[in-house]
Design a protein around this ligand. Structure first.
Ligand SMILES: Cc1cc2nc3c(=O)[nH]c(=O)nc-3n(C[C@H](O)[C@H](O)[C@H](O)COP(=O)(O)O)c2cc1C
Length: 240
C-alpha cells in the first residue's frame, strides 16, 4: 500500500502530531511519501496559462509540481493535513493546489484519480477548520477523487501541542487512530466506487468538451479527452 502525504506547513505542531497519529497504525503496512510545504512545493502560480493551453511541463515550477503529482498518482491513499489560517488552508497549500488547476475535470483530469481514496485532516483554534477542509476537498473532488473523508478538530484551548490538555490530545488522536485502522484493513487492489457527483461532473464536462472539439479539434483539452476515449464510450472509473 502506498500513501502520499501533503503537509500544509513544515511546523512540527498540532497539525503534524495529528497527522502522525493517523499514520502511526499504517506505518508498518504502507510505503509513505511525504511533502512538507512550502519547502517541497512550487512557488506561486503566475498565471502564464501554459499548463492549460499547451503542456504542464512548460510551467516554471514543473519539476516540483510533477514530482508531487507522480507521488499522488502512484498512491493508494492521499492524505492532506492543514491548520486553518484565517479560515482557509495555508498559502503554501493553496499555491500547490493552484498548480493542479489543469487537472480539474473541465481540463485534463488524471484517470488514476478516479477510484482513489483521500483523507483530509484540519484543525483550528475555534473556527475555520471546515472551510479549510473544503479548500482542499474542492480540488480533490474536481480532480475526480470519489472517496474523501474529512477529520476536523477544534482545539478550544491552547494552540501549542505540548500545552493542550492531555485528555484533549488523546481524544483527537483516538479519532484518527481508529480511522487509520479502518484504512489499514482496506484491500487497495480494489478501487473504491466512483460516486454519482463525480460521474455527473464528468458527463457534464464531456458534453462541453464535445462542443469545444467541434469548434476547434486542435483544442488541447479536447484532444486529451479524445485520446483517452472519453468523448466515446471509455470512462476513467471503469477498468479496461
Ligand atoms: C496565520 C494564522 C492564522 C490562523 N487563523 C485561524 C483561524 O482563522 N481560526 C482558528 O480557529 N485558528 C486559526 N489559527 C490557529 C491554527 O489554525 C492552529 O490551530 C495553530 O496554528 C496550531 O497549529 P499548528 O501547530 O499546526 O501550526 C491561525 C494560526 C495562524 C498562524
Amino acid at each position: 500500500m502506498k500513501i502520499t502525504v501533503i503537509n500544509a506547513t513544515e511546523k512540527k505542531g498540532v497539525t503534524y502530531h495529528l497527522k502522525e497519529s493517523f499514520l502511526a497504525p499504517l506505518k508498518e503496512k504502507a510505503e509513505i511519501t511525504e511533502f512538507y510545504l512550502p519547502k517541497d512545493g512550487p512557488e506561486f502560480c503566475v498565471g502564464c496559462l501554459q499548463c492549460f493551453s499547451k503542456d504542464q511541463n512548460l510551467c516554471k515550477d514543473a519539476a516540483k509540481v510533477q514530482a508531487i503529482e507522480k507521488a499522488l498518482l502512484e498512491a493508494d491513499l492521499l492524505v492532506f493535513a492543514s491548520p486553518a489560517y484565517v479560515f482557509h488552508t495555508t498559502g503554501a497549500m493553496k499555491a500547490l493546489l493552484d498548480h493542479f488547476g489543469y487537472r480539474w475535470m473541465p481540463h485534463r483530469p488524471a484517470k488514476e484519480m478516479f477510484g482513489k481514496r483521500a483523507v483530509i485532516i484540519t484543525q483550528c483554534l475555534g473556527a475555520g477548520g471546515k472551510s479549510t477542509a473544503k479548500d482542499i476537498k474542492d480540488s480533490l473532488s474536481w480532480w475526480g477523487v470519489s472517496s474523501i473523508k474529512t477529520y476536523t478538530f477544534k482545539l478550544m484551548s491552547e494552540v501549542r501541542w505540548d500545552l493542550i490538555p492531555e485528555k484533549k490530545r488523546a481524544a483527537m488522536c483516538a479519532v484518527l487512530t481508529n480511522a487509520a485502522a479502518k484504512f489499514a484493513s482496506i484491500d487497495y487492489s480494489k478501487k473504491t466506487g466512483t460516486n454519482p457527483i463525480v460521474k455527473a461532473k464528468f458527463m457534464a464536462v464531456r458534453m462541453l468538451q464535445t462542443d469545444l472539439g467541434k469548434a476547434n479539434p486542435e483544442y488541447t483539452d479536447f484532444k486529451y479527452w479524445k485520446e483517452n476515449g472519453w468523448i466515446g464510450k471509455v470512462r476513467p472509473w471503469k477498468r479496461t
